[in-house]
Design a protein around this ligand. Structure first.
Ligand code: ADP
Ligand code: MG
Length: 340
């Protein structure tokens, strides 16, 4: 395999929790929210990797750490062979030309007082792309048509658009600087189901045209199925299982992956019967369970699961963070848990 475009090594972000006066008087140690806890990930050029997990499991923090919006507590971020978790502000600005982001809520990410033309042109102005203002305006017109809007919509304000159209504007703005890598953080989660598919199709088309690499963050496993090449399943800041999309949907091994699949309301998957429904709440990321963090909600956990675990290798692409699943016993062609 070639060198990855994006790589994280042991990436960790612990947010200190404001301690109350009493705790300070008693000089108790500061507690931390362990939002991201030692994540290794490699994304190849041209690939789309899905990062999936329940709300609050650390997906956005992971993405923000790669984007340089959040400073990691430990670990490294590499981009195109350069370590970028500790670069100067000026280098970070340059990297903004290569690494872009699309957020969940396009309404909130677009300046309400600016016309769409200015919103999409702004990154070109900021980075000094294009020879003249008219060249930049021409580029804005191309972009807006490429995302499925028309040039006579350029003089409107964001509030005059539907959610799906606003997301198209946000996508045009992200594309303006011709980035190589885009972090898309729940880009379709705020949209109607029918519009979600349109936006996913658009991103898929753009990926080919613009040679894009994506980290696609979502709480909804069903969304990644047709859009991602590989999927990483996150729980309380750690990756529980990773594999190709086919492995995650058809040969998954981790009970948490099973539970997330079970939550997808599709006739095909429902036919497997309700087996691994998630019970209880996610434990606090301030004081997560020892060993396997999922063990307190896991249907197959036993006392051994409180001990530290390593990832188990099921195939070149599939890694499983679970003591109860071993490649010798279950093999890479093993039937999934629900088939047992
Ligand atoms: N700036 C912050 N300060 C303190 N805690 C934070 C901050 N940002 C996120 N968190 C906490 O980190 C955990 C992970 O959050 P987040 O990355 O937003 O998860 P997700 O995107 O998967 O929903 C949550 O417990 C959240 O409350
Ligand atoms: Mg999030």
């Amino acid at each position: 395999m070639t060198d990855p475009l994006v790589e994280t090594r042991g990436l960790t972000k612990h947010f200190p929790v404001e301690s109350g006066l009493l705790n300070r008087l008693l000089s108790r140690e500061t507690k931390h929210v362990r939002a991201v806890d030692g994540v290794d990930m490699a994304i190849q050029r041209g690939e789309t990797v899905g990062l999936v997990g329940e709300s609050g499991c650390g997906k956005s923090t992971f993405g923000e750490t790669i984007l340089g919006l959040v400073e990691p507590t430990a670990g490294e971020v590499w981009y195109g062979g350069e370590r970028i978790d500790d670069v100067s502000p000026s280098r970070l600005r340059e990297l903004r030309k290569e690494i872009q982001v699309i957020f969940q809520d396009p309404g909130a990410s677009l300046n309400p007082r600016r016309r769409v033309r200015d919103i999409v042109r702004r990154p070109l102005d900021v980075h000094g792309i294009g020879d003249s203002r008219s060249a930049r305006n021409a580029r804005v017109e191309q972009l807006i048509e490429r995302v499925g809007l028309s040039t006579d919509q350029l003089d409107r304000f964001p509030h005059e658009f539907s959610g799906g159209q606003q997301q198209r504007v946000a996508i045009a703005r992200a594309l303006a600087v011709e980035p190589d890598f885009i972090v898309a953080d729940e880009p379709t989660s705020a949209l109607d189901v029918s519009v979600q598919a349109q936006i996913l199709n658009l991103l898929d088309d753009l990926q080919d045209d613009f040679d894009l690499t994506f980290l696609f963050i979502t709480h909804d496993l069903s969304v990644v199925r047709y859009f991602c090449d590989r999927v990483a399943v996150m729980y309380l800041g750690e990756i529980m299982e990773r594999g190709t999309t086919a492995e995650i949907f058809e040969k998954y091994q981790h009970p948490y992956t099973d539970a997330l699949l079970e939550a997808i309301p599709s006739t095909e998957l429902a036919a497997r019967g309700n087996r691994a429904v998630l019970e209880g709440d996610v434990p606090s990321p301030i004081d997560p369970p020892s060993g396997c963090k999922f063990r307190t909600r896991c249907p197959i956990a036993d006392e051994d699961c409180a001990e530290p675990i390593d990832d188990r290798v099921f195939s070149e692409s599939q890694l499983v963070h679970c003591r109860k699943r071993s490649p010798e016993e279950h093999g890479s062609d093993a039937t999934p848990i629900s088939g047992e």
